[in-house]
Design a protein around this ligand. Structure first.
Ligand SMILES: [Zn+2]
Length: 413
């Protein structure tokens, strides 16, 4: 980061910052048809249906995406995220890659073809550039109309395949993708988002931390290539009631695993809904040496409820207020099932609540008194966990932080 204070940092020092809500939920409400998704350009696309390929709308129905951004901005969102959650070669392969697996299942040979596919890569670039331009245009218009800062975050989702888990229960050692394939796929997306002029990068809904790390590696690659850094938000998702990600990490372990990327904000999003997330947000706010955010879903999908999700602005807002009143938050928004109504209700409490004070994460300073000297000597590489030994607690090391650190030698990502 250059010396100049980033506008988001400046805002978070003053108050809780409001992020937008779900893009997918808002698109689904429009009930677009297969032909709508295809538009003119993909009218003759062969072989696969394109309905549900939300990111394609950046090219075929850009006005729909822009209208949704505008609704969130009108509701008071300080940050809008680009419609690019799955806009990667791997994320879009189900819709836009014509090749088939040769071995009967999607394996590393298959995904190598996906990440190398020239046409798909060009489409990914175009889609991310278009999405950044659409969001930028909506944001800039809101700035002009209101005179208030509005920021564009580039959304980088988790991908449909995991690097550390097998999709085949009968073959637990199988891995469908390699780390380098994920990294390459993310690199194409992040490069285009950066080129499109986003203010922030959101590596979000991290359920497999190794996928998240591939994204962070790609972020570092893009920074190195462009010579320009963009502040990061890294957000994990907790998928069981014991507070673990799908790849089995606790909130603390997740935090340690991504701390080397020095995010401006670390967050939890989506997950099990606000009720189940209470203690995890508390934990994150206690230990994180970064600004903290939360953008939960509106509960788990419920086909019997009117909106498809159980939480309404009336039920969700008091729960988030509780988090804010406890001083846990710097950034709040919504994930699956949330709408501009939900975001407008966040806006009503943001001004009245002070944001979380960063210095509260003091547990990270306790470590030097506890660790034996030999360990301190080992940890000497450029990783922030190693170079700031005072900031991490012994419990973090039980989750394997030291081994993560040592693996990072020679490179900070
Ligand atoms: Zn979600």
């Amino acid at each position: 980061m250059p010396d100049k204070i980033h506008p988001l940092k400046e805002l978070m020092r003053k108050r809780i910052v409001v992020l937008d809500g779900a893009m997918g939920t808002m698109i689904q409400r429009r009930k677009l048809s297969e032909q709508d998704y295809r538009g003119k350009r993909f009218r003759d696309w062969q072989g696969k249906d394109l309905k549900g390929c939300l990111e394609l709308l950046n090219l075929t129905q850009p006005q729909v995406v822009e209208e949704i951004h505008a609704e969130y901005l009108e509701a008071g969102a300080d940050i809008i995220e680009t419609n690019t959650f799955s806009a990667t070669t791997i994320g879009l392969h189900d819709f836009l890659f014509q090749g088939e697996p040769t071995s009967g299942r999607k394996d590393q040979e298959f995904f190598q073809r996906v990440v190398d596919d020239v046409d798909l890569r060009a489409l990914v670039r175009e889609m991310n550039l278009a999405a950044a331009t659409i969001a930028r245009r909506a944001g800039d218009r809101a700035i002009k109309e209101t005179g208030k800062h509005r920021l564009v975050g580039g959304a980088i989702g988790p991908l449909p395949v995991a690097a550390s888990m097998s999709p085949d229960v009968n073959d637990p050692g199988f891995r469908a993708v390699t780390f380098d394939q994920l990294r390459k796929s993310y690199f194409d997306q992040i490069g285009a988002l950066a080129e499109g002029g986003v203010d922030l990068l959101f590596v979000e809904t991290v359920f497999d931390t190794l996928n998240g790390k591939a994204a962070l590696f790609a972020v570092a690659d893009v920074f190195e290539k462009t010579g320009k850094r963009i502040p990061l938000v890294v957000s994990g998702t907790v998928t069981d009631k014991a507070g673990r990600t799908l790849s089995g990490q606790t909130v603390e372990a997740f935090l340690i695993s991504i701390a080397h990327a020095k995010p401006l904000v670390v967050a939890l999003n989506c997950s099990l809904g606000p009720d189940e997330m209470n203690s995890f947000i508390d934990e994150l706010a206690r230990v994180a040496p970064f600004y903290v955010g939360a953008y939960p879903n509106a509960g788990l999908p419920d086909p019997l409820s009117e909106t498809g999700f159980p939480e309404t602005p009336e039920t969700l807002t008091p729960k988030l207020k509780h988090w804010a009143e406890n001083g846990w938050l710097n950034l709040v928004g919504g994930c699956c099932g949330t709408t501009p109504d939900q975001i407008a209700s966040r806006g009503r409490f943001r001004g009245a609540r002070p944001s979380r004070v960063l210095a509260k994460a003091s547990r990270f300073r306790e470590l030097p008194k506890i660790l034996p000297p030999a360990r301190r000597a080992i940890r000497s590489d450029a990783c922030p966990i190693s170079s700031n030994p005072g900031r991490f607690t012994p419990s973090l090391f039980r989750h394997g932080a030291e081994s993560i650190c040592l693996k990072r030698r020679g490179r900070s990502y």
